[in-house]
Write a protein that binds this ligand. Structure first.
Ligand SMILES: [Zn+2]
Ligand SMILES: [Zn+2]
Length: 438
């Protein structure tokens, strides 16, 4: 039997298919709802062949583009409801077995836009591309101006509203989000990353593209690890990638930043890895490795201060750490309010150096008492001060107090208190950045 000739939803084509500027499914949904005279949440409530357990909610994470848990059923359903089989081209559908949730960045659930694209908007010929949602990208590929995530007038983060007519205005102040745009300087690294991401999005947007296999990241990373047996020091991004493979929580899925870093190491493109991971890993350009340092990713507005604070703090502590007890990195991240993945991806060299230095102190079981005393000392320091710690270090009375609270010997308590002092001072200096007005 042939096609019935009609579909539940109008067969609105996805725009820009086959190019790196392909429309995001997020935007497609909003446009489809507008053209059909309905809303995105009503479309999500339609009875669908690949159901979501009857919840019908729009959901909060990886709503339509992925990577994540729900977007694939949504896209399959949408393709059946519209009869348009290229909707998946506007998402990470073909990379589903390669990328972990959130792998393409933190703008997948936030709204980001090019002010020039918005001010030149035409309902007939404009769309929001998938590439805007990838946080490795900082400039509009068409205009070269900085993508925005914060309303320039009232400085709020505009919600990623599914209502087509409202997407281009700020919900708080009601003003248009369009504008002249701000040009931005890009390093050679930035341009190389943009090329990588453009190629990758083009790969995703190619109709009938085969899905990438589940073992691509493992084959590639293990291949690199083989090559690394012949070098003196394994590069930090590779160590981080191997850690990731061995962690059951992440396993064979990875993030775009990890891929970009590994590809920079090999001097190849991400698409080379997707096409033939074994070959991509077996072309070692060892000269690259010798003086390789991981890519310095540009930070987005929302996280740049915290990441700078984290870097300052870790460098300070490592600079003074000769023989000093080092606390778990999680303690420092918590004090700064920074997510672990983000810290690792943005500062992989520093993060790994710290982790190795901490591991050198001995296994977890031998650190457990010092960890406890350190936590007690940090808690007391927080109580003591709203100001910088004295340069003289912890007093004898302070050490005795911590020894009593943590129930450990004086020498161990002293070690923990001295470390708490160094970390407390480093955090104080690092947080000066967070206190600065933007
Ligand atoms: Zn633009
Ligand atoms: Zn506003």
């Amino acid at each position: 039997m042939g096609s019935p000739g009609w579909t539940v939803l109008p067969p609105v084509p996805l725009l820009g298919v086959g190019t790196c500027l392909v429309e995001s499914v997020e935007h497609y949904m909003s446009r489809l709802a507008w053209l059909s005279g309905t809303t995105v949440s009503k479309i999500c409530k339609l009875p669908v062949p690949f159901g979501e357990g009857g919840t019908g909610t729009v959901g909060k994470t990886s709503r339509f583009c992925g990577p994540g848990d729900t977007y694939r059923q949504r896209i399959r359903s949408l393709e059946l409801l519209t009869g348009v089989d290229t909707i998946r081209c506007g998402s990470f559908f073909v990379l589903d077995r390669l990328l972990s949730t959130g792998a393409a960045g933190r703008f997948l659930t936030g709204h980001r836009w090019c002010p020039i694209c918005y001010s030149e908007w035409s309902d007939e010929s404009s769309w929001e591309p998938l590439i805007w949602r990838i946080d490795l990208i900082h400039v509009c590929p068409l205009h070269g101006c900085r993508l925005m995530g914060i309303c320039p007038r009232c400085h709020t983060l505009p919600a990623d509203t599914p209502a087509y007519a409202k997407r281009r205005e700020c919900r708080s102040c009601g003003k248009s989000l369009g504008g002249p745009g701000r040009r931005t300087k890009r390093s050679v690294h930035d341009i190389w990353i943009e090329q990588q991401v453009c190629e990758l999005v083009k790969f995703c947007s190619t109709p009938q593209q085969d899905e990438v296999g589940a073992d691509v990241f493992r084959v590639f990373t293990e291949g690199l690890a083989q090559v690394a047996l012949n070098v003196d020091a394994m590069p930090a991004p590779l160590v981080a990638a191997i850690d990731r493979l061995n962690d059951p929580a992440t396993g064979d899925r990875t993030t775009l930043r990890t891929l970009v870093n590994l590809c920079a190491l090999q001097g190849i493109s991400i698409v080379d890895v997707l096409n033939d991971p074994r070959f991509a890993a077996s072309r070692p350009l060892l000269d690259h490795w010798r003086d390789y340092s991981s890519i310095d990713f540009q930070d987005d507005e929302r996280h740049s201060k915290k990441i700078s604070a984290f870097r300052i703090c870790l460098s300070r502590i490592l600079g003074q750490s000769e023989g000093m007890y080092l606390p778990s990195i999680a303690v420092l991240l918590k004090a700064i309010g920074l997510n672990q993945d983000l810290a690792l991806e943005r500062s992989v060299d520093l993060y790994q150096s710290y982790k190795i230095a901490r591991l050198r102190q001995g296994p977890y079981s031998t650190l457990i008492h010092t960890d406890r005393a350190f936590a007690a000392a940090m808690a007391c320091i927080r109580d003591l001060t709203g100001k910088r710690l004295s340069a003289r270090g912890p007093s004898a009375a302070f050490v005795t107090r911590i020894a009593r609270i943590a129930n450990i010997r004086g020498a161990e308590a002293r070690e923990a208190c001295q470390a708490a002092w160094v970390c407390g001072s480093a955090l104080w200096d690092a947080k000066a950045i967070l206190r600065q007005q933007s």
